[in-house]
Design a protein. Structure first.
Length: 240
């Protein structure tokens, strides 16, 4: 990796997301519903469902909400359907932006995403315009506080588990994997007795863009507007 600390970005947005907790639960419920609908209600037989359930756990989503979404997906009379659509564009300062959505109305979602870009210093692009700048990766974070493992030992453990890369900061170990090896690495690290602060499949920019203060503020406005949309599930950028 390029020394890009995804963890700092995650922590930096935590307070903003906490204020939208109800909306986040609603979005995760939709993802759980779709995963259970496609692969069945048992997470041990449905890796996609397990990933979303891990996401729900990380967001402190109540089990009742999770179980409700799975039960709804298992109902024979339920006919809801959602499309997964990724929008691509540029934000302030030429930052690449990927927007993953789950929607039951393509026209509504497309209009909302376009308006968010144009009103916040960005431009919506064509499919493929920025996605090539990102790599799909498994991403795992282990907090170092109270952890009796040094960098060399962690590096050995990560390689043995099948991990691809390790980044180290005073606060955390950040582990990257291929998408195919993500669940294997995660499960092995947990079996080794390590507590994972974050574990997800994500999009990692190949290079990052440094922004001036005004551009950063404008980008935050764009991200906030996108994340506030009920149909938007994830937003990724190449901002430094």
């Amino acid at each position: 990796m390029s020394g890009h600390s995804k963890w700092h970005n995650i922590q930096g947005r935590k307070n903003a997301q906490d204020a939208k907790r109800g909306k986040i639960f609603q979005k995760i419920s939709r993802e759980i519903y779709m995963a259970a609908k496609a692969g069945g209600p048992d997470p041990s037989d449905n890796p996609s469902l397990r990933l979303v359930m891990d996401k729900a756990k990380a967001a402190n989503m109540p089990n009742d909400n999770v179980n409700r979404a799975i039960k709804k997906a298992s109902s024979a009379g339920d006919n809801e359907n959602y499309d997964e659509i990724t929008y691509e564009g540029y934000g302030p300062g030429g930052v690449a932006v990927l927007v993953h959505t789950l929607t039951d109305n393509r026209n509504r979602t497309g209009t909302n995403v376009r308006v968010a870009f144009t009103r916040n210093g960005g431009n919506l692009g064509e499919t493929g315009s920025v996605s090539y700048m990102f790599d799909r990766k498994g991403y795992i974070v282990i907090e170092r506080e109270g952890l009796a493992i040094d960098e060399d030992q962690m590096f050995e453990d990560v390689l043995e588990a099948g991990g691809e890369d390790l980044e180290v900061s005073p606060e955390v170990f950040e582990i990257y994997t291929t998408p195919e090896d993500f669940t294997t690495v995660r499960d092995q690290l947990e079996a080794d007795g390590l507590t994972l602060a974050q574990a997800e499949l994500t999009m990692v920019p190949q290079t990052t863009v440094a922004l001036e203060t005004a551009q950063k503020e404008k980008l935050e406005q764009l991200i906030d507007k996108l994340e506030d949309d009920d149909d938007v599930s994830e937003v990724f950028t190449s901002a430094e």
